[in-house]
Design a protein around this ligand. Structure first.
Ligand SMILES: Cc1ncc(C[n+]2csc(CCOP(=O)(O)OP(=O)(O)O)c2C)c(N)n1
Ligand code: SF4
Length: 291
């Protein structure tokens, strides 16, 4: 079978978790019967973000930490597109962290995949915001003194309406989380537990596998925020990782609200959108902004 999404063979280091993200995403697109032209990958800087050059879709390769503002722009001017942001944990939770908060609270309909390998892989192994405290990394042999950010709680507290955690050792499940997120009306974060065998010896597939708790066995996904937060805390207190779709809720998306507020129907009436050219939509948005 011809794989319409394959552009070229991916090239990451042997054993890199990025291969699994690539496979799971490609399968998700195929199973959702999406066409390459219906998808835009918006990528930052880092090893994981090179996925855009291996997949046959539209892509916007931006700058470090600025995936979400660019993705928001794409979704606003062309709501028919499936907009998928790809970042590493450095891109998303260090330089790009404030954008995560604001895009989540706006509930922009973007699927945000963060490949969390606990290290800055592309710049040769500096500790990242998700490096566990007291870790000894290859390029930081002393015990790392900083507490990590908690991406799941950060996204939930910021207002994300879909929060999941995946694991690169389980591509089938990962593909299902991607499919659900892509179909979600609203902002979705999927933090994917991954590995950088070249620079992060602490994070191995074995270590991850031993510490995973599948949240579907605990009644997730929840619509109730408190239930989701309590479950995450109780799993993490035991030194484990929750994996699965943790929280999902339907709230008005930014396109829906902007459409209502500005009187421009951007996403609700798809027939009408089809009538309006992209250029016209952009002009209307600009006019609304400056008048
Ligand atoms: C403004 C700016 N600051 C710093 C850099 C250097 N830089 C490139 S990639 C990167 C971090 C990559 O780590 P991560 O986002 O975790 O992705 P990974 O490479 O591990 O997939 C950094 C700091 C840059 N390109 N631009
Ligand atoms: S340096 Fe790490 S994250 Fe980058 S390609 Fe190699 S294994 Fe993957």
């Amino acid at each position: 079978m011809i794989d319409i999404f394959e552009r070229s063979k991916p090239r990451w280091c042997p054993g890199c978790g990025d291969f699994s993200i690539y496979e799971a995403l490609k399968k998700a697109f195929l199973e959702l019967n999406l066409r390459p032209e219906e998808i835009v990958l918006v990528c930052g800087i880092g090893c994981a973000t090179f996925i855009w050059s291996y997949l046959n879709t539209n892509a916007l390769k931006g700058i470090h930490g600025r995936v979400l503002p660019a993705a928001t722009g794409v979704k606003l001017v062309n709501p028919r597109l499936k907009v998928i942001g790809i970042s590493g944990d450095g891109d998303a939770y260090s330089i790009g962290c404030s954008h995560l908060i604001h895009t989540a609270r706006r509930n922009v309909e973007i699927t945000y995949i963060v490949v969390d390998n606990g290290v800055f892989g592309n710049t040769r192994g500096q500790p990242s915001p998700t490096t566990p405290i007291y870790s000894h990394l290859k390029n930081y042999p002393r015990a790392w003194p900083e507490k990590p950010v908690n991406p799941l709680l950060l996204a939930l507290m910021s207002g994300a309406t879909f929060v999941a955690q995946g694991f690169v050792g389980d591509i089938d499940r990962l593909k299902e989380y991607f499919k659900e997120a892509i179909n979600h009306k609203g902002f979705s974060l999927i933090n994917v537990l991954s590995m950088c065998p070249t620079f992060n010896p602490v994070r191995t597939i074995r270590e991850l596998r031993e510490r995973i708790v599948y949240v579907e066995e605990l009644g997730a996904p929840f619509e109730n925020l408190k239930n989701a937060v309590e479950m995450i805390l109780s799993i993490q207190e035991d030194g484990k990782y929750p994996v699965g779709i943790i929280y999902r809720n339907r709230e008005p998306t930014y396109n829906e609200l902007v459409g209502v507020v500005k009187g421009v129907d951007l996403s609700i009436n798809h027939d009408r959108i089809a009538e309006i050219s992209e250029r016209e939509l952009r002009l209307r948005l600009l006019q609304k902004k400056y008048t």
